[in-house]
Design a protein around this ligand. Sequence first.
Ligand code: ADP
Length: 212
Amino acid sequence: MELSRRQNAILEIVKSMGPITGEQIAEKLSLTRATLRPDLAILTMSGLLEARPRVGYFHSGKFPHQIVAKKIHSILVADIKSVPIVVSEKCSVYDAVVTMFIKDVGTLFVVKEGGLLEGVISRKDLLKTTLGGQDIQKLPVGVVMTRMPNVLFTHSEESVWSAAWKLITHEVDALPVVRKVAQPDGSDGFEVVGRLSKTNITRLFVELGEGN
Ligand code: ADP
């Protein structure tokens, strides 16, 4: 977060003299209280300053980088996830390629009945099949996908930071967002309810940079 010269000056005054009232800060800077109002609002909203009625402003003890980290940890997968693009295990490699183009995604999730996660298929998985010279109209994606239980996933309540950490450490482009569903046989099924890709994270980064 980039502060203006005046905001930095306010911050320094409050750090050394706080708690201090808005009037007193204005006096120190030879400005009016009204002129300072937007700056004080920004500093308070960003968490750098705290304001108490009848006491005044004081420094929160936090620094801009800590506030950015706190903000990032507070954003959930649910806030930025996209609609999942799914195919069935019997879908041919050819149809999977067409689906990727039509839906403009790089990762497809393979689901069985009830939308339960079975696998994931990436661009490279599909390209690989072309090396084998197989008939991609007939070859089902089930043969080339990464299959459960080897699929990494996330859920809506996980923090975006923790999901992004999975993307980076496991070097994958997208995670299915799932909801746990108990199966009649007592095992856990994972219904696919969304998609979290590197694009979602990049978009969030841009929006945070714009101050949204
Ligand atoms: P690309 O193939 O376009 O480089 P990825 O890096 O996402 O895309 O995929 C690399 C490999 O990891 C592929 O074999 C793919 O099946 C697998 N993969 C992709 N996403 C996941 C995931 N969420 N969990 C486990 N494996 C994955």
